[in-house]
Design a protein around this ligand. Structure first.
Ligand SMILES: Nc1ncnc2c1ncn2[C@@H]1O[C@H](COP(=O)(O)OP(=O)(O)OP(=O)(O)O)[C@@H](O)[C@H]1O
Length: 643
């Protein structure tokens, strides 16, 4: 950069700027990698961030594109800083031309130097205008290109994270079992299970992605810029100010380049105070996400249970409950506002002081003729850029707190998922029949439900499980299906979809009836005729013509009809073993007989294990397991009635 006479040689500037941008970008990339690695190694939030997002930067399939986008964004951001520098030189030329014009105008009317001076000043002025037009055009194009590449980066990162976190959450039943894992909140408390995973996957990922991009890259030099442009701005403009600043006198001492030290100290102290004021915002933002999610979840529950609530006339209780939750949201909101007022008040005061500081410091030198009007203005704009860049952390702290809260929440979810996968499960092995060896089932508090249960069922056999309410029948099924972590022993069963567990109310997805019937298998696996026939078989003939209808089937079908859908699934998937948890509780005894009869005759090989309170169910089974409480149980044969 040629600073001969304070200005630039604009003819060489295009090449100079491109070379500068390349070098500084390369250095910034190296710095980004090193600092990123140090943060990931030595700070808690850095570690958490890396745990959540690491794969996006290292996964072989997507990493090349990720890094390409990072390099492009870096180049654009650094080029943005360079443009800011060039703007200050354009300002320098412009104000110097104005000052030269003013001094020419001050000469005598007849003085030939007057006209020459005015001509030179005008020519310099219009040249600076042409430079401005060029710089402004480049600035607009650069900003738009950066917006596009920034969006491309965000979309890729958000898609990767959503896919990755969702997969992790659903894998190995972590989404069910993470309720048994206590997790830590920002203030060190332990909560039972992960709250609102839906919000973590949706809102927190969005926050994390937005701030990754804005923190690191966003356009150069301004208060809303990213950390890399902020650092580059800081260095570049410090060098510029160093050249512009003269000695400063403090208590009789002469400090050369005092302006630069003054500014550094000013911003450093201002930032320290800002961090101190802003710190509680981390926890408050964390709470905000949780409380709003809780409120939304409560609203969804009312919608989901509208019929039940209306039948109980529970509107008043629900209203109170909803408003209670909403009050918590508002209370926290006010806490955030009060804290933000303090925080913003401080930041605004600091920003206002920064506006006049360079003029205060440079005024004497200007009036003494040591610096030109252009240089006075260049000092102010360099100071503004530098002060904004140095204030980056102070101004962004508020948003950083939201960013950190999101990292904590996403890491918490993944941590709970990982721990959920490590929770004990019953040892399962593949086989053709069913065998339980020394199975113990406990409650979470350690109370024994079933102790040392061993039994074997072969092809065609059927077992009915009985026992008083709360004796552990459903929990036994949960233990065998690998959901319940407080279970020990060994369990042999046919692998995969050959073993089917059916709960009291089957899950009906939001889809057309065809997909509902075949869930979780894709509907394409079955022909229309098969689906129609199965509907007729399970006494749902009125649905035969509605296979393609998309309805909220869980609300449209009666509980008894939903249970028949469950039986239809058994007939379609023809498992080798089926576990039925009170699967006929909502149908009358006649229909129960017909449904069991259907299963036993159509699928005579299938092993059936049922939980039932009804004595009428026993006739379809060959054995009975009775849970007697405190771990005791009894296994008996059921006599086959002969006509
Ligand atoms: N997630 C849980 N956390 C703590 N305790 C639980 C949990 N789930 C079940 N229990 C307890 O385990 C015991 C057994 O429950 P389970 O649902 O297996 O009973 P059940 O025999 O199927 O009852 P019912 O006949 O009423 O359906 C109950 O005391 C229940 O409160």
């Amino acid at each position: 950069m040629n600073t001969d006479g304070g200005g630039l040689d604009w003819g060489d500037e295009l090449v100079n700027s491109l070379v500068w941008t390349l070098w500084v970008s390369a250095a910034s990339l190296a710095g980004l990698v090193v600092v990123g690695a140090l943060l990931a190694a030595y700070t808690k939030w850095g570690r958490q961030y890396w745990r959540v997002t690491g794969g996006f930067f290292t996964d072989r399939q997507i990493a090349p594109m990720t890094w390409l986008l990072i390099v492009v964004l870096l180049l654009l951001a650094i080029f943005g800083v360079r443009l800011n520098v060039l703007f200050t030189y354009q300002g320098l030329d412009m104000y110097n031309a104005i000052q030269a014009g003013a001094s020419a105008l001050g000469k005598e009317a007849g003085d030939p130097a007057r006209q020459t001076g005015l001509d030179a000043a005008q020519s310099a002025f219009w040249k600076s205008m042409a430079v401005f037009a060029l710089l402004a055009t480049i600035h607009v194009v650069r900003t738009l290109v950066e917006v596009w590449f920034g969006a491309a980066f965000s979309v890729r990162m958000r898609s990767w994270l959503t896919e990755h976190v969702t997969e992790d959450w659903l894998a190995d039943r972590a989404f069910y079992r993470n309720r048994f894992v206590p997790i830590e909140t920002t203030d060190g408390d332990l909560t039972a299970g992960v709250d609102n995973p839906d919000q973590r996957i949706e809102a927190d990922i969005t926050t994390l992605v937005t701030w990754t991009r804005q923190f690191v890259f966003s356009s150069g030099g301004s208060a809303t810029g990213g950390i890399i442009p902020a650092i580059v701005t800081m260095v570049t403009f410090s060098v510029m100010l160093w050249g512009l600043s003269g000695p400063m006198h403090v208590f009789g001492l002469e400090i050369s380049h005092g302006l630069v030290y003054l500014l550094l100290m000013f911003v450093f102290l201002a930032s320290l105070v800002a961090f101190w004021i802003g710190r509680p915002l981390i926890h408050l933002n964390f709470l905000k996400e949780r409380l709003t999610a809780n409120f939304r979840f409560a609203l969804v529950r009312v919608r989901e249970n509208a019929e039940n609530i209306a039948l109980y006339s529970g509107e008043e209780v629900e209203h109170r409950g909803l408003i209670d939750r909403f009050d918590q949201v508002i209370k926290n909101y006010w806490n955030i506002i009060h804290r933000t007022l303090l925080f913003s008040g401080w930041n605004l005061s600091v920003s206002q002081t920064s506006v006049v500081l360079p003029f205060l410091v440079q005024a004497n030198r200007f009036f003494a003729g040591s610096i030109s009007f252009g240089q006075l203005n260049q000092t102010a704009s360099a100071f503004g850029n530098l002060s904004d860049a140095l204030s980056f952390f102070r101004l962004m702290y508020d948003d950083f707190t939201a960013f950190r809260a999101s990292i904590i929440r996403l890491d918490g979810l993944q941590d709970a998922d990982a721990k959920a996968r490590k929770l004990p499960t019953i040892d399962t092995a593949d086989g053709d029949d069913i065998e339980l060896r020394s199975v113990d089932i406990n409650k979470p508090d350690g109370t024994l439900l079933i102790e040392d249960l061993s039994l074997r069922l072969v092809t065609g056999e059927a077992l009915v499980v009985k026992g008083r309410s709360g004796s552990g029948k459903t929990t036994l099924f949960r233990g065998l299906s690998g959901l319940w972590p407080y279970a020990e022993g060994e369990f042999v069963r046919p692998a995969g979809q050959d073993t089917l567990f059916l709960s009291q109310v089957p899950y009906l997805p939001l889809a057309d009836l065809r997909s509902v019937l075949t869930y979780p298998a894709p509907p394409t696996e079955f022909s229309d005729d098969e689906l129609r026939q199965v509907l007729i078989d399970v006494s749902l003939p009125h649905l035969v013509e509605r296979l393609d209808e998309d309805e909220y089937w869980a609300k449209v079908l009666s509980p008894g009809e939903q249970q028949r859908v469950g039986f239809a699934r058994i007939l379609l998937s023809r498992p080798k073993v089926v576990f039925l948890d009170e699967a006929t509780s909502a149908v009358d005894e006649g229909l129960e007989y017909a449904l069991y009869n259907l299963i036993r005759t159509r699928l005579p090989e299938t092993i059936v294990v049922s939980i039932s309170h009804r004595s009428t169910t026993e006739q379809h089974h060959t054995k009975m397991l009775e849970l007697q409480g405190e771990g005791r149980w009894e296994l008996t044969d059921i006599a086959v009635e002969t006509a």
